[in-house]
Design a protein around this ligand. Structure first.
Ligand code: HEM
Length: 538
C-alpha cells in the first residue's frame, strides 16, 4: 500500500507519505502540477511585460529569494562528515552511557569550523577550530561541542559577546576577515588577561592546522560522569587524531588562503571519497569528584586551565571513523544544530560558568538561525532514539501528531507514558550539592592566575615551535595601529616569559617591559608540543 508519513516520534499517522522530493520524469511546481516550460516567464507578448499571474515564476523566484538563512553568529565557516563511533568499554565503570559500552557502534555527524570568519572566508586563517560531534545514541543524542584548543578566552559566558565583538572584523571597516591581526582583538586580550592562555595557543602552530584530520579536539569543560551505581567522577574529553597532530607553516597558510580558500573542506571531502577515512580516539582525563572540584591545585571549573596529561593521562574510551561525505551541504552541514545540553544518561554538566552560559546560548540562537522551535525535526538533527515529547505545533511543524492528549497525566491517550521501573534508564540529574552562599557577580579567587599556564605552554614548546610563536605575535601585533595596545600586550608577554617578550618587542621595535607579577616556576609538559607527536605504531 501507500507508505505512511512517519512522525519524528516514530509513530505513523495514516497520512500518505509525500513522493520523494525532486525525482520523477518531469518537472513540477511545488504543488506537483506538471510544467511545460521553466525557462520563460509568462509575458504579454514576446516583449513583455511579465504578467503578475505567472504563479510558477513567482513561486520559483520567491523560493530562491529565501534560500539563504542567517549564518552562525560564530563558527559560520565549516565542513562536516558522517561516521561511526565504537566504544571500547573502558569507561563502563565510570559512566552508564550505553554508547561507550564495548563494541557498541553509534552513528555520528561531525562539523569542523573556524570561529571568526564569515561563511565564505578562507579555511587556513589563524584561528581556533570548532570540533563538534553529534552522537545519535540509542539513549538520546549526545553533542560534544568542542574546539581544537583545550582552553577558552573567558571564564564566564557573560563575556562571550565581548570577546567575539573584539575578534570579529572592525565595525566600521569590516576588516580583517578571520584574523587576530587587529586592534580590537589585541585591545581585548591585553585588557582581559584571562584570554592570554588561549591567545598563546592561537599564536602557536595549533592556530593553523594542516588538516581537520590532523587536529586534536577537546571538550574544554570538565564534565561529571555517573555510573550505574550513582557514583561520580569528573572528566575532560579529548579527541586524538590517528594521523597525529600536524600544522601548516605560516607561509603555507597564507598562500593556501589565496590559492585554495577551501583547502580544509576539500581535504576532508577528498580523503573520505578516496577511502582514507580519518579516525580519532576519544579519551578522558579522570579526576575524583571532590567537593572543591580541583585537581593538583588546578580549579577544574576554570575553562582557561588545562590539566597536564603528565598529571592525568588521557584514557582511550572509543574510536570514531568518518566515512561518508554529506549529500547536501545545506541540509546537513548548515542545518545541523549542536547543543551542550544534549546529554545521554551517564554524562552530566558541572558549574563551570562558561559551560552554564553555553547551555542557554545555543538553543536560543538556533531559534533564529533555523526559523522557529521545530529544528529538531530537520533530518540531520533528528535523534535516532524514539522521541515522545508532547510538543505541538509551532513554525515549520512537519509532524502530523496523532492523539488528543499532549499532556500528562491524562486518561485518554494511554495515560501516564512512564513505565513503572523505567526511571533507571532515564537521564537523572546528579544531585550535586549547591553551595550555601550569597548571590554574587564574581569569580572564585582560584580563577585569578592568568599567566602561569600560558608560561607552561610556552616552556613546553620545542625551539622551532617557539620561533613560530614569536613570529606570529610579531606579525599579528604588527598590524595594530595603536601603539598603546602593542605595549599593553608586551606587558602581558613579560608576565608570561621575559625572553618571549624581548623577542617580540625587538620585532616590533619597542622596548621590552619588566614583569609586574612574580614568574612562578612551571614544569614543562612534553604532551603540549606537537613535535614528534605521532600516533604510536600499532
Ligand atoms: C557555535 C565551541 C563557547 C555560543 C559553536 C561551535 C562550536 C563551539 C564547535 C560550532 C558548532 C557547529 O559547528 O555548528 C565552543 C567552545 C566554547 C564555546 C569549545 C568554549 C569552551 C561559547 C560561549 C557561547 C557560545 C561561551 C555563548 C555564551 C555559540 C553560539 C554558536 C556557537 C551562539 C552558534 C551556534 C549555532 O548557530 O548553531 N561553539 N563555543 N560558545 N557557540 Fe560556542
Amino acid at each position: 500500500g501507500t507508505p505512511e508519513t512517519v512522525t519524528p516520534t516514530g509513530a505513523t499517522t495514516g497520512v500518505p507519505a509525500p513522493a520523494k522530493a525532486q525525482q520523477g520524469p518531469y518537472l513540477t511546481t511545488a504543488q506537483g502540477a506538471r510544467l511545460r516550460d521553466t525557462d520563460h516567464s509568462l509575458k504579454a507578448g514576446p516583449r513583455g511585460p511579465i504578467l503578475m499571474q505567472d504563479h510558477h515564476f513567482r513561486e520559483k523566484i520567491m523560493h530562491f529569494d529565501h534560500e539563504r538563512i542567517p549564518e552562525r553568529v560564530v563558527h559560520a565557516r565549516g565542513a562536516g562528515a558522517h561516521g561511526v563511533f565504537e566504544g571500547y568499554g573502558t569507561a563502563e565503570g565510570m559512566t552508564r552511557a550505553g554508547f561507550l559500552k564495548k563494541g557498541k557502534k553509534t552513528d555520528v555527524f561531525v562539523r569542523f569550523s573556524t570561529v571568526l570568519g564569515s561563511r565564505g572566508s578562507a579555511d587556513t586563517a589563524r584561528d581556533t577550530r570548532g570540533f563538534a560531534t553529534k552522537f545519535y545514541t540509542d539513549e538520546g543524542t549526545f553533542d560534544l561541542v568542542g574546539n581544537n584548543i583545550p582552553v577558552f578566552f573567558i571564564q564566564d559566558g557573560i563575556k562571550f559577546p565581548d570577546v567575539i565583538h573584539a575578534g570579529k572584523p572592525h565595525p566600521d571597516r569590516e576588516i580583517p576577515q578571520a584574523q587576530s591581526a587587529h586592534d580590537t582583538f589585541w585591545d581585548f586580550v591585553s585588557l582581559h588577561t584571562e584570554a592570554q592562555h588561549h591567545t598563546m595557543w592561537n599564536m602557536s602552530d595549533r592556530g593553523i592546522p594542516r588538516s581537520y584530520r590532523t587536529m586534536e579536539g577537546f571538550g574544554v569543560h570538565t564534565f561529571r560522569l555517573v555510573n550505574a551505581a550513582g557514583e561520580t567522577v569528573l572528566a575532560k574529553f579529548h579527541w586524538k587524531p590517528k594521523l597525529g597532530v600536524h600544522s601548516l607553516t605560516w607561509e603555507e597558510s597564507q598562500m593556501l588562503a589565496g590559492m585554495d580558500p577551501d583547502y580544509h573542506r576539500r581535504d576532508l571531502y577528498d580523503a573520505i571519497e578516496a577511502g582514507a577515512y580519518p579516525e580519532w580516539e576519544l579519551g578522558i582525563q579522570v579526576f575524583p569528584d571532590t567537593p572543591d572540584e580541583t585537581f593538583e591545585g588546578i580549579d577544574l571549573l576554570d575553562p582557561t586551565k588545562i590539566v597536564p596529561e603528565e598529571l592525568a593521562p588521557v584514557q582511550p574510551i572509543g574510536k570514531m571513523t568518518l566515512n561518508r561525505t554529506p549529500t547536501n551541504f545545506f541540509a546537513e552541514v548548515e542545518q545541523v544544530a549542536f547543543h551542550l545540553g544534549h546529554l545521554p544518561p551517564g554524562i552530566d554538566v558541572t558549574n563551570d560558568p562558561l559551560f552554564q552560559a553555553r547551555l542557554f546560548s545555543y538553543l536560543d540562537t538556533q531559534i533564529t538561525r533555523l526559523g522557529g522551535p521545530n529544528f529538531s525535526q530537520i533530518p540531520i538533527n533528528r535523534p535516532h532514539a524514539a522521541v515522545n515529547d508532547m510538543f505541538r505545533d509551532g513554525l515549520h511543524q512537519h509532524a502530523v501528531h496523532a492523539g488528543v492528549a499532549p499532556y500528562r497525566p491524562n486518561s485518554l491517550d494511554g495515560g501516564n507514558p512512564f513505565v513503572a521501573g523505567d526511571e533507571e534508564n532515564a537521564f537523572v540529574d546528579v544531585p550535586v550539592k549547591v553551595a550555601e552562599a550569597s548571590k554574587v557577580r564574581a569569580n572564585p579567587v582560584s580563577f585569578d592566575d592568568h599567566y602561569s599556564q600560558a608560561r607552561l605552554f610556552w616552556q613546553s614548546m620545542s625551539p622551532v615551535e617557539k620561533e613560530h610563536i614569536i613570529r606570529a605575535y610579531t606579525f599579528e601585533l604588527g598590524k595594530c595601529y595603536e601603539q598603546a595596545i602593542k605595549e599593553r600586550q608586551l606587558q602581558c608577554l613579560a608576565n608570561i616569559d621575559p625572553l618571549l617578550c624581548q623577542e617580540v618587542a625587538t620585532g616590533l621595535g619597542l622596548p621590552a617591559p619588566e614583569p609586574t607579577v612574580p614568574l612562578a616556576d612551571v614544569v614543562p609538559s612534553p604532551a603540549l608540543s606537537q613535535v614528534g607527536k605521532e600516533w604510536p605504531a600499532d
